[in-house]
Design a protein. Structure first.
Lengths: 101, 489
C-alpha cells in the first residue's frame, strides 16, 4: 500500500501550488494511494539497458530551429486583454520580494 | 435536399455545383442546434452571427464565380480547447471561463483558409482530462443514442454534436483516447493522427508528447478529407513533422486483398472486451474481404495504463502550471503571492484536474522521479519497440476501442476504474501511432459498437484506406439516432 501520508499530501499541494477543498482532500489522497499502488506493477518490468523515450516520433524530425531574427509578435494590448489586474500597461501582482535585503 | 443524410464532402459538392446555397446549409444546421442541442448539450458556444456572415460571404463569392476553399460551406465545430482568435477558449474550466484566445490555432487558420464555417465550440472534460464528459465545469453532454448514457470523453461534446447531426464534422483532441473513445460511444469515425502530423499550436496542452488534434465524422472519407487539409507541417510547433499535406482520397480503394491485419491475441486474452463476440465477427469480415490475419505480440501493453497515468499527469502538471491567475484566468487575490496561486487554482480547477496535477507532481518530485517517471519513460520505449516489431508482419493492428458500449452517465465513480477504460486506446498515444475508431454495429441495447485500427508511424493514408474499405461492409453512417431524425421546425 502506498505510504503517502496527509503531511506528504500537504507538501504536494504546496509543490503543485494547489489547495484542495476539505471535501476533495480525503478523496484525492485515497485515489492517489490506489493509483500509486496500481502503478507499482511497472517495477516488475526489466528496463536496465533501455533508453528513455520523451518523444515518440523524434527520429522523424529534421532541423527544428529557425534563424534567430526578431519577428512581430503579440502586441501589448492584446496580451493584456486577459490580465485579471493591470495598471499602466503592466500586470499588477502582489509583491514578489517581501523581505528586506 | 436531404442534408441530414449527406456527408460533409457531399454537402461541399452540392454547394460548389450550386444545388444549394451556403446560407441554406448553415441555417439547416443552426436550426438543428436550436431544436436539439438542449438534449445533447454538446455546445458551449454557438457562433450564430459570425457563421451566418461567413455563409453570406460564400454565397456572394459563388454568385461572382470566385474560387472557393476546399471546405466551403461545411459547418465545423471545434472542441473548446482549440483557439479561435477573439473567441473564448474555456477548456470547460472555471479557470478559463472568460479567457479570450489572442490567436488562431493552426488548424483553425487552415480551416478558415479553406472557407469552412466554424459554427461553435464543443463541450469537453475539463482540460481534456476524462473519459466521460462528466468533468466539464459547466455541464455534462448526453449520448444521442441514449441520453442517459455517457458520450465518452474528453471530446464528448464534439462526438455528440456530430452523432446528432448538429454539425457534419467536429475536431477533437486525443491524448489517451479522447477522440476514439467518444467516437466509439457515439457511433462515429474518430481519427487520431500520427503524433506530429497535425499541429498542436493553439491547442491547450495537456500531455505535450501525447496530444493530437483529429476529426470526428460520420464516415471515413470525411476524416480523410479533413486530414488532407490539417495534416501538414507547422513552423510554430517544433514537434510537427516536416511533411507537407498529402492526398488521402485518391488512393482509397475497396480492395483489402493481401492486407495483413495483426491481432494481439495474448494481450486480448488478458484484457478481453465484453463485446468480444462482435470483435471476432469483425475479424471474420476482414478475412472475407481478402485480408490475412496474423498474430502480433503486444503483451507489453499490460503496462500502458500505468505508464500513461505517470507520463500524462507529469506532463499535465507542468503544462497546467501556467494557470496561476497572474497573466490570465480567474484570479482570487490572497494575502500574498503564494496565497494567490493556491486560492486561484483551488477555485479554478475541478477535482479531476487537481488529482492529475498532484499525481504528476508526485511522480516528478525528488526521490520519486526515477522510480516513476524515468521508469515509465523506459517502458514507453519498450511499447514503441513492440509496435515496430509487430508492423514487420502486418499493415494495421486491430483492437477494440472500448470494452463495451457507452456506460450509463455517472455510473463510474472510482477514478482508477475510469482510467482502466483507456486500456485499448492508450498504446497508440504512447507510441505516436495513427489510430481510428470505426463504428460497425449496435449491441443489444442499441448502443453503437465498433473496432479500432492502428497503423504504423506516418502510415495515416494507408490506415484510413483500410478503414474506408472495411466501412463498406457496414455503412454505419446510414443510421441516425432516432431522437434526432425529425424534420427541422
Amino acid at each position: 500500500m502506498s505510504d503517502i501520508t496527509s503531511e506528504d499530501f500537504e507538501n504536494l499541494e504546496l509543490l503543485a501550488r494547489i489547495r484542495c477543498t476539505e471535501n476533495e482532500k480525503q478523496d484525492i489522497l485515497a485515489s492517489l494511494k490506489t493509483i500509486l499502488d496500481y502503478v507499482e506493477q511497472l517495477q516488475q518490468i526489466p528496463t536496465d539497458h533501455v533508453e528513455i523515450c520523451c518523444h515518440p516520433t523524434l527520429d522523424a524530425l529534421q532541423e527544428v530551429f529557425r534563424e534567430d531574427f526578431p519577428e512581430k509578435n503579440l502586441d501589448r494590448k492584446t496580451f493584456l486583454n486577459n490580465a485579471p489586474d493591470k495598471i499602466g500597461g503592466m500586470i499588477r501582482t502582489p509583491p514578489v520580494i517581501t523581505e528586506e535585503p | 435536399m436531404d442534408l441530414l443524410n449527406l456527408s460533409a464532402l457531399e454537402i461541399h459538392k452540392a454547394l460548389i455545383t450550386k444545388k444549394i446555397s451556403a446560407i441554406e446549409i448553415l441555417d439547416f444546421f443552426l436550426s438543428r442546434i436550436d431544436q436539439y442541442d438542449h438534449k445533447t448539450k454538446s455546445f458551449l458556444k454557438v457562433f450564430r452571427e459570425s457563421s451566418r456572415e461567413k455563409a453570406k460571404q460564400l454565397d456572394q463569392k459563388i454568385s461572382k464565380n470566385k474560387p472557393l476553399g476546399k471546405l466551403a460551406g461545411i459547418p465545423i465545430a471545434l472542441k473548446d480547447n482549440i483557439h479561435i482568435k477573439d473567441e473564448t477558449t474555456t477548456c470547460a474550466s472555471k479557470f478559463l471561463e472568460n479567457y479570450i484566445a489572442p490567436f488562431d490555432a493552426t488548424v483553425t487558420r487552415l480551416l478558415k483558409q479553406e472557407d469552412a464555417i466554424i459554427i461553435g465550440k464543443t463541450n469537453l472534460d475539463e482540460f481534456a482530462m476524462g473519459s466521460s464528459n462528466e468533468n466539464s465545469a459547466f455541464f455534462s453532454s448526453h449520448n444521442p443514442w441514449n441520453l442517459e448514457h455517457s458520450t465518452g470523453g474528453s471530446s464528448g461534446g464534439s462526438a455528440a454534436a456530430v452523432a446528432a447531426r448538429l454539425v457534419p464534422i467536429a475536431l477533437g483532441s486525443d491524448t489517451g483516447g479522447s477522440i476514439r473513445q467518444p467516437a466509439a460511444f457515439c457511433g462515429l469515425v474518430g481519427y487520431k493522427p500520427t503524433y506530429g502530423r497535425v499541429s498542436r499550436y493553439g491547442l491547450v496542452a495537456f500531455g505535450s508528447s501525447l496530444d493530437q488534434i483529429g476529426p470526428l465524422t460520420t464516415n471515413c472519407k470525411d476524416s480523410a478529407y479533413i486530414m488532407e487539409l490539417i495534416g501538414q507541417h507547422c513552423m510554430h510547433d517544433a514537434t510537427s513533422v516536416q511533411k507537407p499535406a498529402e492526398d488521402y482520397l485518391s488512393s482509397f480503394s475497396k480492395d483489402l486483398k493481401g492486407t495483413k491485419i495483426g491481432i494481439p491475441r495474448k494481450f486480448l486474452e488478458k484484457h478481453t472486451p465484453k463485446n468480444i463476440q462482435s470483435f471476432e465477427e469483425n475479424i471474420k469480415k476482414f478475412t472475407s474481404l481478402g485480408a490475412e490475419i496474423v498474430d502480433v505480440d503486444l503483451s507489453i501493453l499490460d503496462a500502458s495504463i500505468g505508464v500513461y497515468y505517470i507520463l500524462a499527469t507529469a506532463e499535465a502538471s507542468t503544462n497546467l502550471a501556467r494557470f496561476d491567475g497572474i497573466r490570465y484566468g480567474t484570479r482570487i487575490e490572497g494575502e500574498n503571492l503564494l496565497d494567490l496561486y493556491l486560492e486561484s487554482r483551488k477555485n479554478g480547477f475541478g477535482s479531476e484536474v487537481k488529482r492529475r496535477i498532484l499525481l504528476g507532481t508526485y511522480v516528478l518530485s525528488a526521490g520519486y522521479k526515477d522510480a516513476y517517471y524515468r521508469k515509465a519513460q523506459k517502458i514507453r520505449t519498450l511499447i514503441i519497440e513492440a509496435f515496430v516489431k509487430a508492423y514487420q508482419t502486418c499493415d494495421a493492428i486491430l483492437m477494440p476501442t472500448t470494452s463495451e458500449s457507452a456506460f450509463k452517465s455517472h455510473s463510474i465513480r472510482d477514478p482508477l476504474q475510469m482510467y482502466l477504460q483507456d486500456i485499448y486506446t492508450i498504446g497508440p498515444n504512447l507510441a505516436g501511432l495513427p489510430a481510428v475508431h470505426l463504428p460497425t454495429g449496435f449491441d443489444h441495447n442499441h448502443l453503437p459498437i465498433g473496432i479500432q485500427m492502428i497503423g504504423s508511424q506516418f502510415a495515416d493514408i494507408k490506415l484510413l484506406k483500410i478503414a474506408n474499405a472495411f466501412e463498406e461492409t457496414f455503412p454505419f453512417y446510414e443510421n441516425v439516432p432516432s431522437l434526432f431524425k425529425g424534420k427541422e421546425k
